[in-house]
Ligand binder design. Structure first.
Ligand SMILES: [Zn+2]
Length: 81
């Protein structure tokens, strides 16, 4: 049976690369028995999903020339104060 440290390392690696099915099975069995690791993995997945959501959202942000000028003007005003 794998220990918690091994599980968290394997699970973290599994987010970036695929791991063999036996390791995935070992992770799942461990997570069924260990609430601490389950919560850790849950948080890692939440952070990964949040970051990928932000990255996707940033690709869809387009500012008009007028909006950029307004932002630049406000930034210039802030420098004066
Ligand atoms: Zn554990």
């Amino acid at each position: 049976m794998l220990k918690c440290k091994q599980i968290t390392e394997l699970a973290s690696n599994s987010l970036d690369t695929s791991i063999p099915w036996l390791k995935r099975l070992q992770i799942k069995l461990h997570l069924m028995m260990c609430e601490t690791c389950y919560q850790y993995i849950k948080q890692i997945k939440f952070i990964q999903n949040t970051i990928s959501g932000i990255e996707k959202h940033q690709e869809n942000i387009f500012l008009s020339v007028e909006a950029k000028k307004r932002i630049q003007a406000k930034l210039n005003q802030a420098k004066i104060l």
